[in-house]
Design a protein around this ligand. Sequence first.
Ligand code: F6R
Length: 366
Amino acid sequence: EKGGYDHFMLKEIYEQPRAIKDTYRGRLLADQGIIRMAGIDQNMEKFLNANRIIIVACGTSWHAGLVAEYIFEDLARISVEVEYASEFRYRNPVITDKDVLIAISQSGETADTLAAIKLAKEKGAFVFGVCNVVGSSIARETDAGAYTHAGPEIGVASTKAFTTQITVLTLIALKLAKAKGVFSESRYHEYLTELETIPSKVEKALQSNTLIEIIADVYKDSTNCLYLGRGYNFPVALEGALKLKEISYIHAEGYPAAEMKHGPIALIDEHMPVFVIATKKGHYEKVVSNIQEIKSRKGKIIAIVTEGDEQVRDLADHVIEVPETLESLTPLLTTIPLQLLSYHIAVMRGCNVDQPRNLAKSVTVE
Ligand code: F6R
């Protein structure tokens, strides 16, 4: 059942090229310049007339929502707010019938997310679901939706659900960008064809596994870790830190790289590994200067870089390469080494990777 892998989590990490392809199969028709998604097409007016999109989710799905905020605002020029479902539902939020709410949930059963949907519907908002489990409560409760088609995710730590959620949300953003006329034909075409290359680029990113195992061995006994990223890769830093904490029980925090000097920099010394996402295009030079600041305080730097990078290689203690892609698609690649890293560290520490202590796969109570 684990398909020759030691754990479901590792199997699911390796399934991502296929899972991402399954997510866009039948939807992304790059050669015809079409993205086909019935749930969006049938409700296009609602999306185009929306004041804003509110995204609600928990945990890893909330991180996918944060990536989506960058994608929707950057590509489709639609204003987005991303909310923890638990906070949103209890703070008397302002919701009108001009709002579109997108709920993201792998299981489709998360209690707080479900309650947030019910609240938004009561207030007249149009509610769209992005779920993995077909026929789940959230899938049934929403007005329309798009499944991720990632296949069953058994490992408690979410991996392929995250990258496929980002894939679905990217398809939606591209459809809206096209419908709004904010994208030129050539830019639209560039995105569609690049998206089709992502599965093979994820495959390439997975080939760093042996190197990542070596790095995991160096840092497996750390008690604290920092994860930094900017722009599209800030949510990836949060996700990298969450993955490490939940399966290896090492304390980890993710931050936008520029926030480091507003506090976390005080933590940095020779015992602090700092994982920095430093891919080209995404404010690269600014991240390089953040890396220099860490280095001058003797922090250990493990950088995720674009293939062929030399500048960061000179500064970092370890570099892990990912293939080059469009900036907005980089989270689909930069996430991969961070998943593998937390997996190997957890295994080396003797942790129960697929069923970490105190955690459940679906959180049906608030
Ligand atoms: C993290 C993790 C959790 C879930 C969260 C939301 O690896 O698994 O943080 O992401 O409980 O679950 P869903 O997406 O099922 O609503």
